[in-house]
Design a protein around this ligand. Structure first.
Ligand SMILES: *Cc1c(COP(=O)(O)O)cnc(C)c1O
Length: 247
């Protein structure tokens, strides 16, 4: 029998997962999309490894973390087939912790960070490209990070010159609003920005395989709207694990 830390109730996590999974599937159906088009990322920041293990045993393999040290600690104790998503603000001097053993970095928003990731990945043991999303700030909030839309094309152009970086798509985080519909214009905008990047690639007549396809958008309060607007990755924490302890 697993001993669960205080406050972790495996049954309620399992039930929450079933409910969220069902809502994802129904949003896909409403939008005429296949359920397999959307990856549910369980955002597990601040929750102990035992809580992640409950979802792992339900078949979840995608987990999102916001803090480098926490990611590193959990990676040590969870099985190797977990796909880790780094979704938090990333300091350039911590780039080296996330170029290996992370499936996707969602929060790349500046040239200096791209260069740091490139340098590190070039030295890595397996010479594997680092998969990233470019985070876009659509509301101009300073605290959240993200490149402004008018800087996106240049950032993307820079990334494409880097041999060990592969831009897979875009990520955004709209301002919090109780009403999920308030997020819709932001999600639609991100989808349009991705379409523009894809046109940029097509104009330059590159292999279509190189064009970015992912849209990481939607959290606990608005993931269904995000799916309707084309999200391929939704990042859900509270609706799965309950409220996070306040720092
Ligand atoms: C914490 C976090 C989430 C999850 O938020 P919930 O509202 O708990 O679902 C998603 N994305 C990012 C970038 C986060 O930091």
């Amino acid at each position: 029998m697993t001993q669960y830390p205080e406050g972790i109730d495996p049954e309620s996590i399992r039930n929450a997962y079933a409910a969220v999974r069902d809502r994802v599937d129904r949003a896909c159906a409403r939008a005429g999309r296949a359920a397999g088009d959307v990856t549910l990322i369980a955002v597990s920041k601040t929750h102990p490894p035992e809580a992640l293990r409950v979802l792992y045993d339900c078949g979840v393999r995608d987990f999102g973390e916001s803090y480098v040290q926490e990611l590193v600690d959990k990676r040590d104790v969870l099985p190797d087939d977990v796909r880790w998503h780094f979704i938090g603000r990333l300091q350039t001097n911590k780039a080296r912790f996330v170029t290996e053993g992370v499936a996707l970095i969602h929060s790349v928003d500046r040239v200096g960070l791209l260069d740091a990731l490139e340098r590190r990945a070039a030295r890595g043991p397996n010479d594997r490209p680092v998969d990233v999303l470019l985070q876009v700030s659509l509301a101009g909030e300073r605290t959240k990070g993200g490149v402004k839309p008018d800087g996106l094309e240049a950032l993307y152009a820079h990334a494409r010159k880097l041999e060990h970086i592969r831009v897979r798509g875009l990520m955004t985080m709209p301002p919090y609003d109780e009403d999920p519909q308030a997020s819709r214009p932001y999600f639609a905008r991100l989808r349009d920005l991705l379409a523009e990047l894809r046109e940029q690639v097509a104009r330059e007549d590159e292999a279509a395989a190189a064009a970015p396809t992912e849209l990481s958008m939607g959290m606990s309060n608005d993931f269904e709207v995000a799916i309707e607007e084309g999200a391929t990755l939704v990042r859900v924490g509270t609706a799965l694990f309950g409220e996070r302890p306040k720092a």
